[in-house]
Design a protein around this ligand. Structure first.
Ligand SMILES: Cc1cc2nc3c(=O)[nH]c(=O)nc-3n(C[C@H](O)[C@H](O)[C@H](O)COP(=O)(O)OP(=O)(O)OC[C@H]3O[C@@H](n4cnc5c(N)ncnc54)[C@H](O)[C@@H]3O)c2cc1C
Length: 398
């Protein structure tokens, strides 16, 4: 059979590799000049390929996450072994983030392109697929040089909209919609968050592990714990990026609540407070063992008390409220957009996809893998894991 793979990112490369094990002719097509352009920029150039904590529970979707079976079947150990068999060796950090030993995502893309060539996969570069049609015995695609190619089966692995500066686009979705697939409008995910900066002006440059929540009035819309970096426009870092996709779903008066005290140290702080409650020390003195100076200064400014006032002169209600909060709230203005995000949500709805084979329920012989499907993983290698294993799954299904 002739298999066409549209999109030469991690999902497309692994689809093609796997399909070639059983099928005679496999062609991979990408609009860029080399395969794995986005892959080459991942993990700050190092390529955070997977995570030892991969589990269906960490994934979500704009609608419903439908592919737990694939994540269970192709888990962390499976993928690490699969890499090793290809000659790609990995190591992981204490928190499970897994990198190639070369620490180079670009080396990995180059290596994989050569592996495909050695496997006799045909590679067509610098060509954009601009049309997909059903034909009598399969699928016909149109390239932007007007060539038409016929395949028995086609796997779509065209990714999402994040980082348009790397030539990412989801123009293929128009073709999939024409065929009758439900397309969920894309919005940025794993994105920095823009805020009004009303209550955190002093904090630029502060980097800290915190509990972050997106709140809609009194309701917690999303909550996570992770590292954040305060900037002049809002917040960056995994702690906010992992929940940024909830912003598109909750337009309006939403705020970011950032709790600075880690639960495990709160009891110790309250014990120290008890010791000093009736003494002539400032609030700053009690907080110094727990928080960076800039955060202490900001919390005191936000509370509108005189920083020099001594704790034994403060009313009990104020002290209780101040020490039980130790947090700030900022109004959310939006995400920083596709240009700064690492993922886009939505695209092909799982309603129209067989969750075992990844074949379209609308167009037989058409399959999907990777970010073009409605799947959201957090920072830490989970999205590349999905791209690689869904690619393997689709390649084995054709
Ligand atoms: C800056 C950055 C850093 C990231 N870091 C990490 C990380 O460390 N770990 C992690 O897990 N995830 C990371 N991600 C997310 C990860 O890169 C994606 O989840 C992953 O690349 C998705 O793989 P894919 O194969 O589905 O799509 P892509 O990698 O986007 O590949 C799709 C390919 O399809 C091609 N294409 C699209 N349309 C057409 C068309 N019409 N015709 C022909 N070709 C087409 C594109 O040129 C592209 O090469 C990062 C993302 C970004 C932007």
């Amino acid at each position: 059979m002739r298999i066409g793979v549209i999109g030469g990112g991690p999902a497309g490369i692994f689809s093609a590799l796997e399909a070639k094990k059983t099928q005679e002719f496999v062609t991979i097509i990408d609009k860029n000049a080399f395969l794995g352009r986005k892959l080459s920029s991942t993990g700050a150039g190092r390529g955070n390929l997977t995570n030892s904590n991969v589990d269906p529970g960490v994934y979500s979707a704009f609608d419903n996450f439908a592919y737990s079976g694939i994540i269970k079947k192709y888990d962390f150990d499976f993928l690490v072994d699969y890499f090793s068999e290809l000659g790609i060796y990995t190591y992981h950090t204490d928190d499970g983030w897994t990198y190639p030993v070369s620490n180079s995502a670009r080396n990995l893309s180059k290596y994989l392109e050569e592996v495909l060539k050695q496997s006799n996969v045909e590679i067509i570069l610098n060509q954009t697929v601009i049309g997909i049609e059903k034909s009598d015995s399969g699928i016909q695609i149109k390239l932007d040089d007007n060539r038409r190619l016929h395949f028995d089966k086609v796997i779509i692995t065209t990714g999402g909209q994040a980082h348009p500066q790397l030539n990412a686009s989801d123009s293929i979705l128009i073709e999939l919609k024409k065929l009758g697939h439900k397309i969920i409008p894309s919005s940025p995910a794993l994105s920095p968050i823009l805020t009004t900066k009303t209550n955190s002006k002093l904090l630029n440059g502060v980097r800290i592990d915190v509990e972050v929540s997106i709140m809609n009035k009194a309701n917690v819309v999303a909550n996570t714990f992770g590292n954040v970096i305060f900037t002049e426009w809002g917040l960056n870092g995994p702690g906010v990026m992992n929940i940024s996709h909830y912003i598109a779903k909750n337009q309006g008066q939403i705020v970011l609540n950032i709790k600075f005290m880690q639960k495990e140290y709160l009891f110790k702080l309250l014990t120290l407070l008890k010791k000093y409650r009736n003494q002539s020390v400032t609030i700053e003195h009690v907080l110094l063992p727990f928080l960076p100076q800039k955060i202490i200064d900001q919390l005191i400014i936000n509370s509108k008390i005189d920083s020099q006032i001594q704790i034994n002169q403060l009313k009990e209600e104020f002290v209780q409220e101040f020490f039980s909060n130790l947090s700030i709230e900022e109004k959310i203005l939006g995400t920083r957009g596709f240009e700064y995000s690492q993922l886009s949500t939505g695209a092909v709805s799982s309603i129209d996809v067989n969750s075992n084979t990844l074949e379209s329920k609308i167009t037989p012989n058409l399959y999907f893998a990777g970010e073009v499907l409605d799947v959201i993983g957090p920072c830490g290698g989970y999205n590349l894991h999905w791209a690689f294993v869904s690619g393997i799954n689709a390649g084995r299904s054709v």
